[in-house]
Design a protein around this ligand. Structure first.
Ligand SMILES: [Zn+2]
Length: 200
C-alpha cells in the first residue's frame, strides 16, 4: 500500500456566486491576480453566450480585465487544458449545462484549483442551471451580495425589468424588441408576477 503522504495532492473547487452587480467577476479576477503574482499559470474560460466585452476578455464592472477563452461546451475545457496550468477559472458558469459539474470534478481530481463564478438564481429567483450541483460539490462557496436598488438592503436576487415593469414568470429569456434591464434586489423587493407563491 503506497504511503498516503506520497499521493499527489488533490485540487479543489471554489464557487463565487450571487446576484447581478454583486461583484462576482471582480472577486474572481482578484483571486486570479493573486495567483499571477505567485507565478501560477491560469486558464480562464467563459461560455460563448456572453460577449459583452469582446470574445476574449473577461471584464468586471470595476474595469479589471483578464484574457479568457470562449468555449461552447464544458468538455472543451479538458481539450484545451495545458499541463502546467495550476488554476482553471470559469466566469458566467451558470450558462453551461450539467456537464460542467463533471468537468470541475475531473479538474479537481487532476490536482487543479478550480474557481467558478456565476449567478446562483435566475430572474425568477430559482436555482440557475448547474449552480446547485456545483455549490453542493465545491469545497468552498462564497455568496456575494449587491445593494437592493429599491430599499438599500442586502440584495440576493436579480430583478428583470421589461420596458420598466417587472418581467412575468413565464416571459421568454430572449424578448425581441423590448427594452430590458436588470436590478439587484432583496428577497422582499424582488417581484415576479404570475409566480406560484409557496404557502408553506
Ligand atoms: Zn429591498
Amino acid at each position: 500500500m503506497p504511503d498516503r503522504h506520497l499521493r499527489p495532492s488533490s485540487g479543489w473547487v471554489e464557487v463565487i456566486c450571487g446576484s447581478m452587480f454583486s461583484g462576482k467577476t471582480e472577486e474572481l479576477l482578484r483571486r486570479l491576480r493573486r495567483a499571477a503574482i505567485a507565478r501560477q499559470k491560469v486558464q480562464l474560460f467563459k461560455p460563448a453566450i456572453d460577449n459583452r466585452y469582446g470574445v476574449t476578455t473577461v471584464a468586471s464592472h470595476d474595469g479589471a480585465k483578464w484574457e479568457g477563452e470562449v468555449i461552447n461546451h464544458a468538455a472543451e475545457i479538458m481539450e484545451k487544458l495545458e499541463p502546467d496550468t495550476i488554476i482553471v477559472a470559469i466566469d458566467e458558469v451558470q450558462f453551461f449545462d450539467d456537464e460542467i459539474v463533471d468537468v470541475c470534478d475531473q479538474l479537481a481530481l487532476k490536482g487543479k484549483r478550480v474557481i467558478v463564478a456565476g449567478l446562483d438564481t435566475d430572474f425568477r429567483g430559482e436555482p440557475f442551471g448547474p449552480m446547485p450541483a456545483l455549490m453542493a460539490k465545491a469545497e468552498s462557496v462564497r455568496k456575494l451580495h449587491a445593494i437592493c436598488m429599491v430599499c438599500g438592503g442586502e440584495a440576493s436576487r436579480t430583478q428583470r425589468l421589461i420596458d420598466g415593469e417587472a418581467a412575468f414568470y413565464e416571459d421568454p429569456v430572449v424578448l425581441i424588441g423590448a427594452a430590458e434591464s436588470y436590478e439587484a434586489r432583496c428577497r422582499g423587493c424582488h417581484q415576479v408576477p404570475h409566480r406560484q407563491e409557496s404557502t408553506t
